[in-house]
Design a protein around this ligand. Sequence first.
Ligand code: ADP
Length: 234
Amino acid sequence: MPDPSTPDVLDFQNVCKTYAGQPRPALNDLTLRVPRGSRMGVIGRSGAGKSTLVRLLSGLDTPDAGRLLVRGEPLGPATRAAHQARTGLVFQQFNLLAQRTVLRNVTLPLELRGVPRARRDALAREHLDLVGLGEYAGRYPAQLSGGQKQRVGIARALVTAPDLLLADEATSALDPETSAGILSLLLDLQRERDLTLMIVTHQLEVVRAVTTHVAVLDGGQLVETGETATVLRA
Ligand code: ADP
């Protein structure tokens, strides 16, 4: 359950973003809070503004107006690196490095942080076990199925012990059965590790299966938000 004494993990305050040369904002006055420990689904059809929201969260872009607080602090040049260090990202196309083994894909974020080799290998193996791929450490991404690649992506996202996991269309490239396995894994990991989970998707069934809260975007605007059970019943 969200703890009311801790700040929201994400707090979008009247966030606006218009791309150069575009007549309409990609995000228009977005106000949305994501409590610690919640599982927030952000849903909307193509063009709704989902990718723009992910870009702002990843620090790849900045709002033109409004502000975005992360764990109670405004996201900006001084806080971006700390935010990124505590945020795990899972992508639709997995983004694994083809020339690296599964183990070396998972150790990569630890290498970038200067973690010593023995420690990073131990952590990566522990996380491959966690996603059910302990036996696959020496394989290469091309030798894995889509669902296995995404499990590696999840192990890589969690190996740095983030408290926020952002899944951007994480199951959109997978068949329904594989998707269900990945969603159930995300749900288990969220509970075990007390993560805040944000799932960005165009698939209603993903929101239904996993989330506690949902935000519905359309044309850059938040058209509805609330507890998933309530919003989906309406
Ligand atoms: P979604 O991810 O929900 O499909 P996006 O955030 O990609 O939505 O797009 C929201 C709006 O912003 C759309 O009208 C899209 O055309 C526009 N847009 C997105 N990225 C860019 C960009 N790099 N340059 C110009 N317009 C963009």
